[in-house]
Design a protein around this ligand. Structure first.
Ligand code: COA
Length: 312
């Protein structure tokens, strides 16, 4: 597990979820399940499903929300990274399509996608931090965006109840005052536990055990490196996969549940989009102040996992 220091300032955040709400009761008409089963095992009550929109549409709308929120001159963006495992096409990348949809074609921009499944946004922030730190790039637009409904098997009750569609975006720059720490990792031999071909396949219990273990370990690595005690962290914004995984981590880390930001009940697991959607929502609630430290933590297929601590 690589742990290293960075310096990253969040300039603006935004999110977008499709309008169509699919409740647990709706799913109970399609597969043999119930609201009670899904809520008690996962914490999910409903999720959003993209109907006529592609991943790049969701990503662009989240980016536009961030641009509006920060009143940011979008022509300054010179780096676009989209974390996704559900791109519109194999090529071009969602990031290139976002460049086009934002009307930034004429600018000198580097744009590409990365796939680290549900850890994608933490990986993308890590990459952005290093590229911005190099001095070659100045303003990064980092997006997590997924239309998981298009790879969901709606006859498989084990998986179809878990996922949702959405996108979250951040605009960032290098700032030596804003200390960051990153801890990211991968283990390729977990490839059969959670994978996606035409649809999502998962050994739920093994994923649960893996996530419950790495969630607290990766945060402890960050804290060790930064010589920070967890009590000073304002909020932990976890990948929203399962409420019980978060409760397990809270117990292991000995942190009260109200220090975790949770919105899984509304959106389900939106993979790479879940952390930036959650952070944008948290920022909208006006609970954050300059100087606060927050931790993002993700885990997913690969197996991949990682966390980062950012100073606001
Ligand atoms: N509704 C009703 N019953 C369901 C169901 C559903 N949606 N999905 C599975 N079941 C059934 C199973 O078929 C099984 O029935 P059986 O005992 O007759 O075989 C029973 O519920 C128990 O299944 P099990 O897999 O033991 O449940 P669980 O307590 O492990 O919960 C998950 C299942 C998927 C909720 C849980 O394992 C989990 O959250 N894992 C992590 C998944 C995840 O986060 N993935 C993404 C990571 S990025």
């Amino acid at each position: 597990m690589a742990t290293h220091q960075g310096a990253l300032r969040i300039i603006a955040t935004g999110r977008y979820v499709p309008d169509l709400v699919v409740t647990n009761d709706d799913l109970s008409h399609i597969v043999d399940t119930s609201d009670d089963w899904i809520t008690s095992r996962t914490g999910i009550s409903e999720r959003r499903v993209a109907f006529l929109e592609a991943t790049s549409d969701l990503a662009s709308k989240a980016a536009e929300a961030a641009i509006r929120q920060g009143n940011f001159d979008k022509t300054q963006i010179d780096l676009i990274i989209v974390a996704t495992f559900t791109p519109d096409l194999r090529s071009p990348s969602v990031a290139s399509l976002v460049q086009m949809k934002l009307g930034l074609n004429h600018l000198n921009i580097i744009a590409f996608d990365i796939n680290a499944a549900c850890t994608g946004f933490v990986y993308a922030l890590n990459i952005a931090d290093k590229m911005l730190n190099s001095g070659a790039y100045h303003y990064a637009l980092v997006i997590g965006a997924e239309v998981i409904s298009k790879v969901t098997d709606y006859t498989d009750r084990n998986t179809c109840v878990l996922f949702g569609d959405g996108a979250g975006a951040m605009i960032l720059c290098h700032d030596p005052q804003k200390v960051a720490y990153f801890n990211v990792a991968s283990r390729g031999d977990g490839d059969q536990i959670l994978y996606v071909d035409d649809t999502v396949h998962m050994d739920g219990q093994k994923v649960f055990q893996f996530a419950a273990k790495v969630f607290s370990e990766t945060i402890q690595e960050l804290l060790r490196m930064g010589r920070i005690i967890i009590e000073t962290i304002k909020k932990i914004i976890p990948h929203q996969a399962n409420l019980r995984i978060i409760q397990h981590a809270a117990k292991t880390l000995d942190v009260p549940m109200d220090r975790f930001f949770i919105n899984i009940q509304k959106y389900g697991n939106t993979s790479a989009a879940s952390i930036p959607i959650a952070f944008a929502e948290l920022a909208e609630n006006d609970e954050l102040m300059s100087g606060d430290q927050v931790i993002f933590v993700g885990f997913g297929a690969g197996l991949t996992w990682g966390s980062c601590l950012l100073t606001l």
